[in-house]
Design a protein around this ligand. Structure first.
Ligand code: ADP
Length: 579
């Protein structure tokens, strides 16, 4: 019954391998637990005639044996549950770990396509559900199935004809269960999809609340939200209604089945095929089937829901990941920081080129400012320099080595990014600057000094141990930028990619950031997406990008004299904002 749809879960089996020892011990306990059931049924058969005989001692003996059996069984059950729980939980942890590792390696394109809320849902709720199924399968479904086999085996041993009659009722239950199971699966999948769409909308909404308020768009957002929760409620209700129908139907079939068996029992005793005591044992055994059958049906439903979750987790695995380093990728020696673009063309989709035949040489230590209208391809160029994307044509070279031939991790240590918007993970200030790299306290302090951040950090209670709140909300814009600069220079990169913040800071904060930048840039090759006149004026070389091409280049004075697109832009934007 489980076979055709269990393929997804079967692929998880190798994850159980390291836990063979515990599984074997748990399995042993499980066998003891299961074996006790037919023995108990046989005791039940003896108990009823014993009670009927009025012989107190005889009853006491049977009860003592039954009690001992129960004790052994419950101890074995404890062993089974605890021994099997650990590997089950470890498998679900492993699954989560693998998925997160996968997430970290996804291509940026794939990552942008998936919404943060949806991904969070998959890695929490879906992963939980799959973990639950793994746990239940090992710790509940398996012993229930074994109990079914053992107890039914005992019934066959008691009277095979009666058992055969009983067995004929089983397919009826099985057919009903699988018909419902398929429908529950469909409904569960729709309802999970709805939850994740809801999470996606919530993620968007929470980030955008100030904007929504600014546009007085609350009724619109409320309406969207209400539509979404309405769809969710309906999908969920459909699942619950199916589940609600399933329990009574299966329950009724079971009751009718048991009553039929009693009728058949009377016939078998009448025909002399079975003793009264035997029939008592048979009925006790039959009652012992109800529990495992009900566990198996419930677990089957959860299994179906888990199947939907597993499919959604597997979908992440279908997304393309960053290309691994080429075999024989070269380690980076001491870096000079010379950059070169040779005939580089790139587009996110092949039909729409974003960068077209770019050629550029940047000498070590040079500062190059990139200017141009939004959408010109400046950030895309950065993404090529960090090897987030690979050029479709041409080469990007660092010290004469093609980036594609380098190891990504080494390249990204050599090329550091100061993004436009500073994102900090919560933790301490020192941790935010280190960002997982091994660096001594002294190195962290030096990086902070270089970035002109040391003063404000040391003035904070706790200094480098002070907490960074989520998204760095306890720092001002200027402080965040200086922390980002410190983080970038900590690894002593040869190349600094600087995406200048567009949000204006007050003069004093601006000055502090500029000072940090000046020091951080010293001795490094710098490419800066410039928004400030002072930055372009001080650059050694300016590139004016438009439509993915370099349309003008030179020094500030030279370009102003030439009176082209650059001068227009300076007159329109840079000077008005900063002059
Ligand atoms: P700039 O930084 O100069 O504003 P970008 O490099 O961000 O320009 O964008 C250049 C072009 O590439 C734009 O047309 C933009 O829409 C497109 N683009 C940027 N990022 C992506 C992406 N991840 N997927 C598809 N298109 C993108």
């Amino acid at each position: 019954m489980l076979a055709p749809s269990s393929a997804g879960f079967r692929r998880l089996l190798p994850l159980l391998k390291p836990h063979r020892g515990r599984l074997a011990a748990g399995g042993l306990c499980m066998l003891v637990f299961v074996a006790c059931w037919p023995l108990l049924a046989s005791q039940a058969g003896q108990l009823i005639p014993a009670i009927g005989s009025g012989d107190f001692h005889r009853v006491l003996k049977v009860i003592a044996v039954a009690l001992s059996l129960f004790l052994i069984q419950k101890v074995a059950q404890f062993g089974q549950d605890t021994l099997l729980a650990a590997p089950a939980l470890q498998v679900s942890q492993e699954l989560r770990r693998n998925l997160f590792a996968r997430l970290q390696r996804l291509e940026f394109g794939a990552l942008e396509k998936l919404s943060a809320g949806d991904l969070t849902y998959r890695l929490t709720e879906d992963a939980d559900r799959v973990g639950e199924v793994i746990y239940k399968t090992i710790q509940d479904t398996t012993p229930s199935a074994l109990q079914l086999v053992a107890v039914f085996g005992y019934m066959v041993y008691l009277d095979w004809k009666l058992s055969l009659a009983t067995l004929l009722l089983a397919p009826l239950v099985a057919v009903l269960v699988s018909v419902f199971g398929a429908r529950v699966l469909g409904a569960a999948e729709r309802s999970q999809q709805q939850v994740s769409e809801l999470a996606g909308l919530l993620g968007e909404a929470i980030g955008g609340l100030p904007l929504v308020r600014a546009f007085a768009a609350e009724p619109w957002l409320q309406q969207r939200f209400e539509t979404e929760i309405d769809l969710h409620r309906r999908a969920r209700y459909r699942t619950l209604r199916l589940l609600a129908l399933q329990h009574p139907v299966v329950g009724f079939i079971e009751a009718a089945g048991i009553l039929t068996v009693l009728l058949l029992g009377a016939w078998r005793i009448g025909a002399g095929g079975l003793s009264g005591a035997g029939f008592s044992s048979y009925v006790a055994a039959l009652l012992m089937l109800i529990d495992p059958i009900s566990h198996l049906t419930t677990n089957f439903n959860e299994f179906q829901q888990g199947q939907a979750s597993l499919r959604r987790l597997r979908a992440i695995e279908q997304e393309p990941v960053e290309a691994p380093d080429r075999p024989g990728a070269r380690p980076l020696a001491q870096l000079g920081g010379a950059l070169e673009l040779r005939d580089v063309s790139f587009g996110y989709s092949p039909s729409q080129p974003v960068l077209q035949q770019l050629n550029l040489r940047v000498a070590p230590g040079q500062v190059v400012a990139l200017v141009g209208p939004s959408g010109a391809g400046k950030s895309t160029l950065f993404s090529l320099l960090l090897r987030f994307n690979a050029p479709q044509q041409g080469q990007v070279l660092l010290d004469g080595l093609d980036l594609q031939d380098l190891r990504a991790a080494e390249l990204r240590r050599a090329v550091a990014l100061v993004p436009q918007q500073t994102t900090l993970f919560s933790g301490t200030v020192a941790e935010a600057i280190r960002f997982g790299r091994p660096a001594s306290d002294e190195q962290v302090r030096r990086a902070a000094q270089l970035a002109n951040a040391a003063d404000f950090i040391e003035a904070m209670p706790g200094g480098y141990g002070a907490r960074v709140e989520e998204r760095g909300s306890n720092f001002s814009g200027g402080q965040l930028q200086r922390l980002a600069i410190a983080r970038a220079v900590l690894g002593n990169p040869a190349v600094l990619l600087l995406d200048e913040a567009t949000s204006a800071l007050d003069a004093e904060a601006e000055e502090a950031v500029q000072q940090g930048l000046q020091r951080a840039m010293d001795g490094r090759t710098v490419l800066v997406i410039a928004h400030r006149l002072s930055t372009v004026q001080e650059a050694d070389h300016i590139l004016f990008l438009e439509g993915g091409r370099i349309v003008e280049q030179g020094s500030h004075d030279g370009l102003m004299m030439a009176g082209g697109r650059y001068r227009d832009l300076c007159n329109r934007q840079l000077i008005r904002s900063f002059g």
